[in-house]
Design a protein around this ligand. Structure first.
Ligand SMILES: [Zn+2]
Length: 96
C-alpha cells in the first residue's frame, strides 16, 4: 500500500515538472516567434531599401545618377548611405 502511494506522488511530481517544462517551452516558442517576425521585417526592410536598388560606391556616383534621373524627369530624389551594404542608393521616399 505504502509503495503504491509513493508512486502516485512521484507521478504527480513528474507531471508537475512536465507542466513547468511545457510553460518554459511556450515562453521559448513565443520568443522564437517574435525573433522570427523581427528577422522577417528586417529582411523586408533590407530588400526594399537595399537589395532591390542600384548601388553606388560613392556619394559622388549617386549624385551623378541623381542628376541623370532628374534630366529624365525624376524629381525629389535624394541619396543615402546604406546601413546594410555601406554603398549609396537613391530614394524618393523621405523616410529612407
Ligand atoms: Zn544597400
Amino acid at each position: 500500500m505504502g509503495s503504491r502511494k509513493r508512486s502516485a506522488r512521484q507521478r504527480r511530481v513528474a507531471e508537475f515538472k512536465a507542466g513547468l517544462g511545457g510553460l518554459d517551452d511556450a515562453y521559448g516558442q513565443e520568443r522564437r516567434r517574435r525573433d522570427e517576425d523581427e528577422r522577417r521585417r528586417e529582411a523586408a526592410r533590407r530588400l526594399r531599401s537595399c537589395e532591390r536598388k542600384q548601388r553606388y560606391a560613392t556619394r559622388y556616383d549617386a549624385e551623378e545618377a541623381m542628376t541623370r534621373c532628374a534630366e529624365h524627369g525624376a524629381r525629389d530624389l535624394r541619396c543615402y548611405r546604406c546601413p546594410h551594404c555601406h554603398g549609396w542608393h537613391l530614394t524618393s521616399h523621405p523616410w529612407e
